[in-house]
Write a protein of this length. Structure first.
Length: 195
């Protein structure tokens, strides 16, 4: 069974922003989609979030696709670091992802040690896609280049999409994100090309 798990952002929840729309669209394409609520979302703790993701995933196979948003991407990377040598997921999509602290004490616990991108690179059978916005107020576009170089990720840059969030600090709510659907389909069909 093709499965997708969406890992929400800091202060996110299952019904937030584009998650319900992506869930519905992927379910229409015969994916089982889970958007779990992660614990203590106002003050995310890496250990608790990775444990929650492990619990939700259960038995890992290459029909599993992971989608992360913001700190959800770091959670996925930390999860992938825990896998045995032969274990892999089918594919990974990052939305507004980053691999180091972007200036917030509340999430520093995710980055006490550097994320091992070399180890993570081989943990996705069909590769990585990273979606960023050219006006994200929190996440610099340099992270798209880091993921391209270190993970051989395909990069998608959206214009004026900010942090792909709900209504925060005047940001218009992002309630649909077609690029996530397209990215999962590309990963499923092993069509990722590095630009």
């Amino acid at each position: 069974m093709k499965r997708v798990i969406i890992v929400h952002c800091w202060e996110g929840y299952p019904q937030y922003c584009w998650y319900p729309w992506v869930k519905k669209e992927l379910e229409a394409r015969n994916f089982e989609v889970i958007v779990p609520a992660f614990p203590e979302t106002e003050m995310p703790k890496m250990d608790k979030w990775v444990s929650k993701l492990q619990e939700v995933i259960g038995e890992l196979d290459e029909e599993l696709y992971l989608i992360g948003h913001s700190i959800g991407c770091a959670t996925i990377m930390r999860y992938l670091e825990t896998l045995e040598d032969i274990q892999k997921v089918g594919g990974v999509v990052f939305v507004a992802g980053f691999n180091e602290n972007i200036g917030f004490d509340e999430i520093q616990n995710f980055f006490e040690t550097p994320i091992d991108l070399e180890k993570i690179k081989v943990k996705s059978k069909n590769g990585f896609v990273t979606i960023h916005s050219d006006d994200d107020p929190y996440v610099d576009l340099k992270y798209s280049e880091i993921f391209k170089e270190k993970l051989e990720a395909e990069i998608i840059i959206k214009h004026n999409a900010k942090h792909f969030s709900g209504e925060i600090e005047g940001e218009e709510s992002c309630i649909e994100l077609q690029e996530v659907i397209e990215s999962v389909e590309k990963l499923l069909n092993n069509l990722i090309k590095i630009k």
